[in-house]
Design a protein. Sequence first.
Length: 160
Amino acid sequence: MARPQLNIAHDSLGQCNFCKKIRQESGMAHHLQACPARRQQFQPLSGKGSRSSCHMIVTPCGAPRTWWHIEVAADLSLRVFQEKLGGLWPSVAHGVFVLDSTEHLDSQSVANVFIPGLIVRYDSPTGCLMVQVISWYDGQSAPDQTMAIMATSLRQAETE
């Protein structure tokens, strides 16, 4: 069975927020794993106060050339994650994650809901986002943040 994928134009270009290099979306996840600038500031899991993180791709529904690669702290609650998405993209504020036709808006952590490969719809009264989990890893690229934008497409949609 084929693995589900987001509807992203894989020839769309984006920029790594660590080294500022331009890459096609189809190679951005691999680039972020190997990016020397990201690796320099990456903080591995090292005990108290350190976190595991989740790499996700976010794209507005119906905008295949617009996307963001984000890193989210595993212990972040879904409620706070939703608030952060609405803060970054005001046109989708006050939304909820929909998983298997069930809305999730509670205190569960990102780690308890999201698994690699999962695609989740984030619905709001004025728009929607699709969120795909790429991977989990121990550590953080931006230790002082619970959510960080690692790369963005060069073309942005009306969600900003």
